[in-house]
Design a protein around this ligand. Sequence first.
Ligand code: AMP
Length: 114
Amino acid sequence: MASSIFTKIINREIPAKIEYEDELAIAFHDIQPHAPIHILIVPKKEIETLNQATIEDMNLLGHCLLIAKKLAVLKNIDKSGYRIVMNCNRDAGQTVFHLHFHLLGGKQLQLNLG
Ligand code: AMP
């Protein structure tokens, strides 16, 4: 299977503004930000969508959420507030089929849940 665009970022085949990395995950700025802070948190394991996640991925998903929190503190949006989003498949508008969390903040976000 061809590697995802996010795996290419992990492998440094294409550039990204990386904010955080460890052995399990990477976080970098979204190329088309929807807010002043818009960072993607991506597990290095290629999981296409949340539908493919299993019990084995439980710690990995929690790990990514804690990275998001850490980045919110680092970017000073933990107190003002932030949103974590994960899109799954077409109706949610998923465009990159390598599971990821969006961290959004730095402005008053619109409450548009659908
Ligand atoms: P989603 O629509 O939830 O699949 O989100 C995919 C996100 O990846 C979008 O917000 C894109 O702007 C972002 N994106 C796509 N390619 C890149 C890239 N090369 N570097 C950073 N962000 C990207």
